[in-house]
Ligand binder design. Structure first.
Ligand SMILES: [Zn+2]
Length: 319
């Protein structure tokens, strides 16, 4: 009945860095090729932020191992992907970026640590995951605690490096501290609207408006509880309604996508954590069709899927 529409997508958040290290430690090789590149291509995902994820206890050595392992795989697969660090996006290969989720491994001298991450190619980073660390406070930390003095230095240095700041996991106090401290726009790579699903990882209308006003981006996330607390509504269509709500708040030029697929992870994560029709990268076009379904026109969908992210990177990353 409905014309199927396929559109290029930039997915701002997938924990692929973590996956590369954990499989490498088990002796596997060619992890991007074996587990990820085909699935991304099937979903027409032509850009992806590959996150190195740290939950709060990892040290600097672990951080270095993960980032280096991902960088090596990105360098080895240049026939199929473009290791994106800024400038023009490739039109014929997957644009793959290194991103950092959580920086619990920085306990002093944030500048030196951030310089190393930047040199490896990392271009987006969040100071914390859900944890409370030396830099910032995540959604599960003390609600009265925000950024530390060290965390403010980290933000200032990221501004100086042109490394993009991600606020998806910060608690509200840290969120407002980051917005006040950062001289540049910031992004929430994978957070939805709290109005539609009242969980601490989603954004209040006030936060969404502040991100819009600061010229930032908001990435729609397909983790099922962030889509809806009602299990029957954990679908791409419901996620599209989050997009509609953000659009109504003035966000059409600030919407993006950060699915946070977990099908390749072990333990408590996995496919069961996702919306029913957005379980892995190959199903990504279901969101494109859902956006159409809830009333977005083609020009608007292109902005959400690709255009807003591309414009943001061209403006805020060094070429
Ligand atoms: Zn996350």
């Amino acid at each position: 009945m409905h014309r199927y529409m396929s559109m290029e997508i930039f997915d701002l958040h997938a924990d692929i860095g973590m996956d590369v290290l954990s499989k490498k430690l088990k002796g596997e090789k060619d992890i991007l090729k074996t587990y990820h590149l085909d699935k991304l291509a099937q979903g027409n995902v032509s850009g992806v932020g590959m996150a190195c994820f740290f939950e709060g206890h990892e040290n600097w050595q672990t951080a270095q191992s993960m980032v280096s392992a991902l960088r090596e795989e990105l360098e080895q697969n240049q026939d199929r992907l473009h290791f994106y660090k800024g400038g023009t996006l490739s039109e014929d290969r997957l644009n793959a970026m290194i991103t950092i989720e959580g920086m619990c491994f920085i306990e002093d001298e944030p500048e030196a640590h951030l310089d190393w991450l930047y040199d490896q190619g990392a271009r987006i980073g969040s100071l914390c995951w859900n944890d409370e660390n030396a830099l910032a406070t995540g959604v599960k930390g003390n609600p009265l605690r925000g950024l530390s003095t060290l965390g403010k230095r980290a933000i200032q240095h990221m501004n100086k490096l042109n490394m993009i700041i991600d606020v998806s996991h910060t608690n509200e106090k840290s969120f407002w501290d980051v917005l006040e401290t950062s001289s540049k726009p910031v992004i929430a790579t994978h957070s939805n609207s709290r109005q539609l699903s009242n969980v601490d990882r989603n954004l209040t209308d006030q936060q969404i408006k502040a991100l819009i006003q600061k010229e930032g981006l908001i990435g729609l996330v397909a983790a099922r509880w962030f889509v809806s607390k009602d299990e029957s509504l954990q679908t791409a269509n419901q996620l599209a309604l989050h997009a509609l709500h953000i659009k109504e708040l003035g966000g059409i030029n600030h919407l993006a996508i950060g699915f946070d697929y977990m099908d390749f992870l072990e333990g408590n994560f996995g496919r069961a954590s996702m919306a029913s029709d957005l379980q892995d990268a190959s199903q990504s076009q279901n969101l494109i069709n859902a956006l159409k379904e809830v009333g977005f026109n083609e020009v608007e969908i292109k902005k959400v899927a690709w255009g807003n992210v591309e414009a943001f990177f061209l403006k805020h990353l060094k070429p």
